[in-house]
Design a protein around this ligand. Structure first.
Ligand code: COA
Length: 171
């Protein structure tokens, strides 16, 4: 049973059977442009293992995204991230280069945000490098709004959120 389905996509828990697809995606420097470096096969296996641990601990993680015809598109899902001094639920997405440009990331991300809301998680964020314009568009199309621009890991980063919080009373 998939975790989520959309008009064109299904999202399933990652398994070891996804290793070839995940390894090919994360070895691509274009996909990993906003990460420290592409990952080798061991890194891809770790990514799968980390998400399997998240399913157990949190009930969510990054899920494998496929078309209904079974073509591997990438991953998308929910993770916990520490940003701007607080723990947040982030919607994340990574698409094979060949699967980009079809709106799949926004379609999958919207479903993940709705899934979070159904689980009682009101606030979902996306932490996006200021140069990652396609990801910024995906965040907007998934229903998030730009909340702030901050330093995250030494990079100027846009924080998008479903519930945007204004400055506090002292700010
Ligand atoms: C981010 C990512 C998932 C988007 O994939 P996608 O769904 O194929 O996105 P698209 O190519 O359809 O582009 C999404 C939007 O950005 C726009 N866009 C793409 N490249 C752009 C650019 N260089 N400048 C401005 N806008 C751009 C597209 O026109 C589209 O706009 P629209 O929604 O108004 O039509 C994909 O690029 C990816 O996997 N990147 C690598 C991993 C990554 O960076 N993940 C996000 C980490 S925060």
């Amino acid at each position: 049973m998939p975790v989520l389905t959309t008009d064109r996509l299904r999202l399933d828990e990652l398994t070891d059977a996804d290793l070839d697809d995940v390894a090919a995606m994360v070895a691509d420097p274009a996909v990993m442009r906003f990460y420290p470096a592409p990952l080798d096969r061991t890194g891809a296996q770790r990514l799968i293992d980390r998400n399997r641990a998240r399913y157990t601990e949190l009930g969510f993680g990054l899920w494998a995204v496929r078309t209904h015809a079974g073509e591997f598109v990438g991953d998308c899902g929910l993770t916990m991230q520490h940003v701007d001094g607080r723990d947040e639920v982030e919607v994340g997405y990574h698409l094979r280069t060949a699967a980009q440009g079809h709106g799949y990331a926004a379609e999958a991300a919207r479903a993940c945000v709705q899934h979070a809301h159904q689980r009682g998680i009101e606030r979902v964020v996306a932490i996006v490098d200021h140069e990652n314009l396609s990801s910024q568009r995906v965040a907007l199309r998934a229903g998030l709004l730009l909340e702030s621009v901050l330093d995250h890991g030494g990079r100027s980063t846009h924080l998008y959120a479903t519930t945007v919080e204004g400055p506090g009373p002292d700010e």
